[in-house]
Design a protein around this ligand. Structure first.
Ligand code: BEZ
Length: 219
């Protein structure tokens, strides 16, 4: 079963977090939200990831993005762990909520389970999953890393920039795109539509096929 993925509506679960209890849809409101899971508190990779997210919090806020962590331990453990995270991050505060999921129910609903992993008692274990959700409560991007591989927070920020760009313009972002670089015109647009939509113009790459589908513009 593929589980929750791009295009699906985020389940409106009630969650207990380090910042109180709330419904996921109330937390999202009309904003962009990143929900990201961790295998457990007081584990080395998770501590480095959360410290980096804490350090980048303002960059996410600048983009109108709210953060929501999840780790499969209880609130008391989270609150103790946050002290480690903040000491490792050089004092950057964890200002975002972290969901408690000691019974590992939420990770199943949110498709954040490691399909390959079981703990010593045979229970499924959480992966490093991440969903980007928009104000319509739908999943716009998902990633799934195993517990042994820390995520790249710069890449998550870049993906948010790309999502917001493509949400606002009929474009797509090419390989290794970075903010400020040219984007490609959506292939569903004819050249006449592209001229109308991008009056400042666009350039077409010359390809062996002679086809004109690779069109760059700036928005
Ligand atoms: C970690 O967060 O460091 C970790 C968790 C589970 C397996 C391997 C690493």
């Amino acid at each position: 079963m593929p589980g929750l993925t791009i295009g699906d509506t985020l389940p409106n679960l009630e969650v207990e977090t380090t910042c109180g209890r709330f419904m996921l849809h109330d937390f999202v409101g009309q904003d962009w939200v990143i929900i990201f899971s961790h295998p457990g508190d007081f584990t080395p990779v998770c501590t480095t990831e959360l410290a980096k997210v804490a350090a980048y919090t303002e960059r996410f806020e600048d983009r109108g993005v709210k953060l929501l962590g999840l780790s499969c331990d209880d609130i008391q453990s989270h609150n103790n762990w946050i002290k480690d995270i903040e000491s490792y991050s050089g004092g950057c505060k964890v200002k975002f909520p972290i969901i408690a999921d000691p019974k590992r129910e939420i990770i199943k609903e949110l498709n954040m389970v490691d399909p390959d992993g079981k703990d010593a008692t045979g229970n499924q274990v959480p992966s490093r999953a991440l969903h980007v959700v928009a104000g319509d409560k739908k999943i716009k991007l998902s990633i799934l890393y195993p517990a042994t591989i820390g995520r790249n927070v710069d890449e998550i920020l870049r993906a948010v920039d790309a999502l917001q760009k493509t949400a606002n313009h009929k474009v797509a972002t090419p390989v290794n795109w970075m903010p400020g670089e040219p984007v490609v015109i959506h292939p569903s647009l004819s050249n006449d539509q592209a001229k109308e939509m991008f009056p400042h113009g666009y350039s077409t790459a010359e390809l062996a096929s002679g086809n004109d589908y690779l069109r760059f513009t700036n928005v």
